[in-house]
Design a protein around this ligand. Sequence first.
Ligand code: PXL
Length: 244
Amino acid sequence: MLKKTLTIAGSDTSGGAGMQADLKAFQEHGTYGMVALTVVVTMDPKNWSHSVTPLPTALLQSQIDTALSTGVDAIKTGMLSTEEIIQIASKAIQKSGTDKIVIDPVMVCKGDDEVLNPGNTTAMVNYLLPYATVVTPNLFEAGQLAGVPTPKTIADMQVAAAKIHALGAKNVVIKGGKALAHDKAVDLFFNGTEFKLLETEKVASTYNHGAGCTFAASICANLANGLSVEEAVIEAKEFVSAAI
Ligand code: PXL
């Protein structure tokens, strides 16, 4: 039987990120993907500025009820955009009966640097991190969750990862990606006892929109398929690197 994966995430109408990327990654990893849609993101054709429109929360709740009634093996969260939506996602996770939970703490869209809502960070810390099997912040998100300046070095990433772990996330992967001053694309993995650097070659490409969503969704599918957390993360990094 195919394992069932659920993403609680937004729609990126341009198709590269959000639930569109999640469903493709779920499929490529041989799982049966479902979506509970939180927001719709559209882009102004003139200047590509993003508009984020939440769906009515009752509609989000009925999507969650539908998906959970089928039984889910793993859940991923993406763009949640308001504190109320974060709380609904938290309750869904607690009700789901699975402990395979991947939190992608989306705070901004690539190509748009407006933070969605500063109160969301506190809500994610309180309502999502305690249930996270894996949390996958980028450098900016890691700094925000940890309450430290945006990490610039691997030592900074270690400090942030330890703080995020102490907030309840069982495993933390900080995506250093291209931004970090390092010759490889490095992510830092921390499971509460040891730090591991995951390195792939940097790829000279601007076509990396949606890489974060694909990474987290791949981890989610891998966990559903029974991989260990570390195996799930390593495969997901290789998958995204090959896709870019
Ligand atoms: O890449 C972050 C992201 C997540 N979810 C949705 C998005 C984006 C960025 O555009 O649109 C729905």
